[in-house]
Ligand binder design. Structure first.
Ligand code: SF4
Ligand code: SF4
Length: 278
């Protein structure tokens, strides 16, 4: 059971929900795919951490072989290649490592060279296996790191994937691996705007989903109204609670601190498990 936890923007409570669900699930895996700003490990503080570097291939040109046909320059959608001063210039910083230019070069003048783009870390926090991806600054895409992280998710029955915020292709890569998606939102107009983006994304990918409203207050609110209109299940309402906010801002895992939060997230987990197995 792979559960992806998404939100249309950062700061909505995506990491808070995924960390607490993984912690309450016990023998589970938490995977931090928010590779540009990973912070789940700050909550779990995992021990016995092992780090592995992630590298991609970027092209290297052999100017002796290059005939200047510019097939590679015309092909590169990312404009990472240019014909400058009578030779092929490669802009490593914007190359997406698709490998297309290397395959297409008729003279075999392009070969691949390794470039380290970040790392994955694996550790343990009580019964939870914690995986985190970290993208180096200035790297155009974290997708290779996410692919590396997701390779390690088959070994556990319960896997909670903390997705990158937004709805770009890096999020699609993460959601594609999930059996069920939790869309975390807030009961505000801004919350609904961002909820709509991720709902459209998971609908496009045909993934079952439910909404968790964070900082919920017992009044009519735009998030409830939106979910009713779209017929989306609200599977959890996490109350607006100063104590919860304080625990979270101190990077403490609420379900490990207070039994009442254990019950709150235990109920949410039971609901999700029911949804996935239905
Ligand atoms: S495709 Fe190959 S031969 Fe043609 S310009 Fe690029 S590197 Fe040179
Ligand atoms: S590997 Fe792909 S993205 Fe990078 S320069 Fe070649 S064609 Fe462009």
């Amino acid at each position: 059971m792979k559960i992806a936890v998404l939100s249309g923007k950062g700061g909505t409570g995506k990491t808070f929900v995924s960390v607490n669900l993984a912690a309450v699930a016990g023998d589970a895996m938490y995977v931090d795919c928010d590779v540009e700003e990973p912070n789940g490990h700050l909550f779990f503080k995992p021990g016995a951490v092992k780090t592995r570097q992630v590298a991609v291939e970027i092209p290297l040109v052999d100017s002796e072989r290059c005939t200047g046909c510019r097939v590679c320059v015309d092909f590169c959608n990312y404009h990472a290649l240019a014909w400058v001063g009578g030779g092929v210039k490669i802009f490593d910083e914007i190359c997406h490592s698709c490998g297309g230019c290397i395959i297409l070069c008729p003279e075999k003048a392009l070969t691949g060279k390794e470039k380290v783009i970040g790392q994955v870390q694996r550790g343990k926090s009580e019964a939870v296996t914690v995986l985190s991806g970290m993208l180096n600054p200035g790297i155009p895409s974290g997708v290779p790191i996410i692919k590396e992280l997701l390779k390690g998710t088959e070994e556990k029955e319960r896997v909670f994937i903390d997705c990158p915020p937004g709805s770009a292709c890096i999020v699609m890569e993460t959601v594609a691996a999930a059996d069920y998606c939790i869309l975390v939102t807030e009961p505000t107009v801004f919350g609904v705007h961002n909820l709509n983006m991720v709902w459209e994304l998971v609908t496009l990918l045909g993934k079952p989903c439910g909404v968790v409203i964070n900082k919920f207050v017992e009044t009519e609110n735009p998030a409830e109204k939106y979910c009713a209109e779209k017929e989306i299940d609200v599977i959890g309402r996490i109350p607006f609670d100063a104590e919860l906010g304080l625990l979270n801002s101190n990077a403490l895992i609420a379900v490990r601190e207070k039994a009442k939060y254990g019950r709150l997230f235990g109920d949410l987990l039971a609901r999700i498990t029911g949804e996935v197995w239905l």
